[in-house]
Ligand binder design. Sequence first.
Ligand SMILES: [Fe+2]
Length: 102
Amino acid sequence: MPEFGSPYSTLSSSKKVSKEELIRAIRFFISAEYEAIQLYEEIAEATDDKLAKEVLYDIANEEKVHAGEFLRLLKELDKEEEDFYKEGEKEVEEIIEKLKIK
Ligand SMILES: [Fe+2]
């Protein structure tokens, strides 16, 4: 299950990351948050233990907050990244509008 194979896990405090390395690390962290959400919710759905279910859903929601923090940070570090997200949002908005017409 856990994989600690991040290319960033072996960095020592003496090595500084470039801005591009930082941006790639943030993207990696976002994917890790989504992976954690998936795992916690999957196990929460699969157990009848009420306490574990409640705690797992609570932690999954905290991971969503973390994902939001990382996404906001990513937008700040890479202004072009936000343009791509906006482009994707616009494409979905167009599909939503198209479906409303029918
Ligand atoms: Fe997290």
